[in-house]
Design a protein around this ligand. Structure first.
Ligand code: 5GP
Ligand code: ZN
Length: 136
């Protein structure tokens, strides 16, 4: 259940402190140390899974349900105007802690210091080819 040397297992197990804002049988949510924006929260299952790619689908569903409730609470308490809810899977995707977690990041305005952007490659891509590869 608990992975040695996993910082999030240790937070879930209360071995090291975290500012926990939600706890139930399956998951906890706590403030991210780095606060990408004010209120930035992580929702994690108590049980260790390396990432969303290998987590139990029922657990993923539960973690995202909790993320929705907290996103609304955080948005209301801090008077935010939006929210990013996301999970990084794998180092190439920016995952640094290899225990599945969902970021809840309230957004205030376009100048709130966080940039998440998708570069537009639409002119150069072969959408048909990509589609065929996925549908084979
Ligand atoms: P990732 O880049 O893996 O998607 O996100 C990991 C997040 O965990 C980062 O935003 C980082 O600030 C946060 N984090 C790393 N170590 C700790 C910790 O010990 N306590 C808390 N509260 N957050 C942590
Ligand atoms: Zn863990």
């Amino acid at each position: 259940m608990i992975m040695a040397d996993c910082i999030f297992c240790k937070i879930a197990d209360k071995e090291i402190p975290g500012k926990i804002i939600h706890e139930d049988d399956l998951c906890i949510a706590f403030l991210d140390l780095s606060q990408a924006t004010v209120g930035h929260t992580l929702v994690i299952p108590k049980k260790h899974y390396d990432s969303m790619l290998t987590a139990d689908p029922e657990i993923i569903a539960h973690v995202f349900k909790v993320a929705q409730v907290l996103a609304n609470r955080i948005k209301e308490r801090f008077n935010a105007s939006g929210c990013n809810v996301l999970t990084n899977a794998g180092e190439a995707a920016g995952q640094t802690v290899h225990h599945f977690h969902v970021h809840v990041i309230p957004r205030y305005d376009e100048n709130d210091g966080l940039k998440i952007s998708f570069v537009d490659h639409s002119k150069d891509v072969d959408l048909d080819n990509i589609y065929q590869s996925l549908m084979k």
